[in-house]
Ligand binder design. Sequence first.
Ligand code: PAF
Length: 282
Amino acid sequence: MKVVKTIAEVREQVRQWRAEGLTVGFVPTMGYLHEGHASLIDASCRDNDRTVVSDFVNPMQFSPNEDLESYPRDLERDSALAEAHGCDMIFNPEPEEMYHENFSSFVDMTVLTEELCGLSRPIHFRGVCTVVSKLFNIVKPDRAYFGKKDAQQLAVIRHMVDDLNMDIEIIGCPIIRESDGLAKSSRNTYLNDEERKAALVLSQAVEIGKSAVKNGITDCAEILSEMKVKIESEPLARIDYVKIVDAETIQQIEKIDRPALCAMAVYIGKTRLIDNFFTEDI
Ligand code: PAF
C-alpha cells in the first residue's frame, strides 16, 4: 500500500489503474481510523478493483471554536488499519497541498443544511462540500463510501453529486457500534472513563426512539420527548439537538408519515457526539 502526500502522485497512480481497466473506490476520512472506517474500506474493496483512502483533517469544515487543533491524528496507525483492510493507497496531504494561498472557490448548498448539524455548525457543510468536491476531482473514483452516522452529510453529498453531475456512485454504509452500543467515532477518544459511560445515553435514546416507532407511535413530539427524558437523566449530557426530519429534505416533520431520520447531537462534557436512526432501517 502506498502513502502519498501530493495530488500529482494520486493522479499518476489512478491514471495507471485506469489504463489497466481497473475500477476505483474511494473512502474520504479525516483519519484516526476505527472499525466504522474499516467497514467503508471493506465495502469499497468488495465493489472495486482498487481502493483509495484520503486521510485529511479538513480545516475548512471547522469553526474557530471547534476541535481542529485537538482532532486526533496518527498516520502510522491509520496506515496499518487501512492496509489490513485492503486499501491500495492513502492520500495524506498537508493543508497547503489542498488549499493554496489564493484559494477562493467554494461549493455551498442552499438546501439540506439549515437543520441539524448545519444549524449548529453554520460553515461546516460548505467546508465538507468543498473538500469532497476537490477530493473527487483528484481521485476521480467510480464509487465513494460514506457512513450513515453522518446522515446529513450523506444526504448533502448525494445532493451535491446529483446537482453538479458528478459521475460517482455514492454508497451509504451502516453505523458501526461498540459492543455496548456507542457509535464508533474518532471523537470517542476525547472521553474519559466517566464520560465514556455517560455517552451510552445516545445509543440508548436511539433504541428508545426505534421502539416507539416500532410500537406504532407516529407523533414526533411524543417520540422525541421519550428520547430526551433518557438523555436528560444523564448529568454529563447536554443536548445540542434531537430532531426528526424528512429523510430526503432534512426538514422537521410532525408525524412519521414518510421515510424519516431521527438525529441527535449531544455534548458529553466538552465532546460533541452524534447518533441517529432512519425509520426505513428499523
Ligand atoms: O466524514 C468525514 O470524516 C469528513 O467530513 C469528510 C467527508 C472526510 C470530509 O472532510
